[in-house]
Design a protein around this ligand. Structure first.
Ligand SMILES: [Zn+2]
Length: 259
């Protein structure tokens, strides 16, 4: 049983004397939370249904606050671009040409089915970034860390780490790209290709492949113009799918609908 289920059980099974009502020999006290009497924790129930006084779990009154703070810190860590709050699955206007990409994006975000790597290829402004950001947002909602990276800036970010230490050092930054549970590489192929850049991207992609870690890639570059090693991994890794989005540009679609 998870600790949250425990709490649910604790709360359901509380007796009236446990709900914050002052006992007759205690002074009248107004508690903000009548469940934990503002202690912010409760005792979980043991298998036999009795409270386990040897341990504590957060009370319902602090759980919501903790969840909000966790979501905020996951969002900061993800580093989604500014102005992308509307990029969710709910706001995505799908169409027959986009349906396959949309369905696979949702499956990957929810970790349903086989899909682990998703590459979206198309010209500019076809909705790829919207889907990639929506995957991040859904993943974060599920309480798991994700990292979004705009590839040309990712490599700049790594370079700035050479002058920094600790959590902002090159090693720490690179380690996050390797190990974060979900990595989104937006606009792969737009980076300035040098041997150093190529080696970093190869290492990130190889490492995530070897460790079975989810990856989402968007690119405006046709697959056969990407570096061979990367294109072949994106195509052939277990659970990988490459989808070519053959849809009109977002702006044109909006115009044709009179928006
Ligand atoms: Zn409480």
């Amino acid at each position: 049983m998870s600790s949250l289920e425990h709490i649910g059980k604790v709360i359901k099974n509380l007796r009236p004397t446990d709900t914050g009502r002052a006992l007759s020999d205690e002074p009248e006290v107004e508690y903000t939370c009548r469940i934990c009497r503002d202690a912010h924790f409760v005792h979980p129930l043991k298998e036999d249904g009795k409270p386990d006084y040897s341990s504590v779990v957060p009370c319902q009154c602090v759980r919501e606050q903790m969840e909000r703070e966790r979501t905020q810190s996951l969002l900061r860590y993800c580093e989604l671009p500014a102005g992308t709050a509307y990029m969710t699955f709910e706001e995505f206007k799908t169409s027959p040409q986009l349906q396959e990409a949309y369905d696979l994006a949702v499956q990957l975000a929810d970790e349903v089915g086989e899909i682990r790597w998703l590459t979206l290829t198309a010209g500019a402004d076809r909705g790829k970034t919207h889907l990639a950001v929506a995957i991040c947002r859904r993943w974060l909602q599920r309480g798991k860390p994700a990292r979004y990276a705009f590839v040309p800036l990712l490599l700049e970010e790594l370079r700035t780490g050479f002058q920094e230490e600790g959590d902002r050092s090159y090693e720490a930054r690179f380690d996050r790209f390797l190990n974060v549970p979900l990595l989104v590489l937006d606009d792969l192929g737009a980076e300035y290709r040098t041997p150093w850049v190529q080696e970093k991207l190869d290492t990130i992609i190889d490492y995530r492949l070897m460790n079975g870690l989810p990856l989402v890639v968007t690119t405006n570059t046709p697959m056969d113009e990407l570096p061979f090693r990367i294109a072949s991994r994106l195509r052939r890794s277990p659970g990988s799918r490459v989808v070519f989005i053959d849809a009109p540009e977002f702006r044109k679609r909006k115009r044709s609908k009179g928006l």
